[in-house]
Design a protein around this ligand. Structure first.
Ligand code: F6R
Length: 234
């Protein structure tokens, strides 16, 4: 693991931006994208840049089960608002939250992932160590799956909804094996809320109890931290 600590979140986002630009220059075709608060400064920089994604593909980690693409809190809308309206990709894929036929959606998304192998995957990390929506206990060998969100994730994501009971309790997510198949991975983590998960990811054992710990086994992963997220590292 390549671990970098920055004075500020903006500087960490600039580093991630430069890695994306370098990948584009080197002919990368597929970018794996995340949602949430963490990548917002990166997406702002991409949106304001002159980078051209019109010949590349994006695949997102996850989408809430039951939310339509036009639902204001869907990850489709998040991507549209924060990146795609400024930087259109040739193709952009997210799981379809309104496909309630779980097996068909899982097969569809796994097919998309096998047809579009990810060159660079951007990740955030949950306070409980989740990546994508692969919660503690997730099988490291899993590909796309329907997951039950834990109470802590529902609480953490409540801030985007009017109340906790509006947060969907399930989501489609790329599995750990799908994430590990990316050629390069960049994980960003900011703030004291993430410090314990960051420490366990880097210094703890590789364990399904802390899904992000599997990244210790990836050959090309960079962890970008602000001071607060790095504060519990030895
Ligand atoms: C979202 C995702 C999640 C988030 C994580 C952190 O697509 O994959 O794993 O990265 O929940 O969320 P924030 O960035 O809001 O703290």
């Amino acid at each position: 693991m390549n671990i970098k600590q920055f004075e500020t979140e903006e500087l960490a986002a600039s580093y991630a931006f430069d890695r994306i630009a370098a990948n584009l220059d080197n002919g990368a075709k597929v970018f794996g994208l995340a949602t949430g608060s963490t990548p917002l400064s990166l997406y702002r920089k991409l949106s304001q840049s002159s980078l051209d994604f019109s010949r590349t593909t994006s695949v997102n980690l996850d989408e809430y089960y039951g939310l339509a693409a036009n639902h204001p809190q869907s990850y489709h809308q998040y991507m549209e608002q924060n990146l795609f309206q400024y930087k259109p990709f040739e193709n952009s894929y997210l799981p379809n939250g309104t496909n309630l036929e779980v097996n068909s959606e899982i097969q569809r998304y796994n097919r998309i992932l096998s047809e579009h192998p990810i060159d660079l995957q951007i990740l955030g990390i949950g306070r409980n160590g989740h990546i994508g929506f692969n919660e503690p206990g997730s099988d490291f060998t899993a590909h796309t799956q329907l997951v039950n969100l834990t109470e802590s994730t529902i609480q953490a994501n409540q801030r985007f909804f009017e109340s906790a009971d509006q947060v969907p309790t399930k989501a489609y997510s790329m599995g750990i094996a799908s994430i590990m198949a990316a050629k390069e991975i960049i994980l960003l983590a900011f703030g004291t809320d993430k410090a314990q998960a960051v420490r366990d990811m880097i210094q703890g054992p590789v364990s399904e109890d802390l899904p992000a710990s599997i990244l210790q086994k990836h050959p090309n992963v960079t962890i970008l931290l602000d001071k607060a997220a790095a504060s519990l590292l030895n």
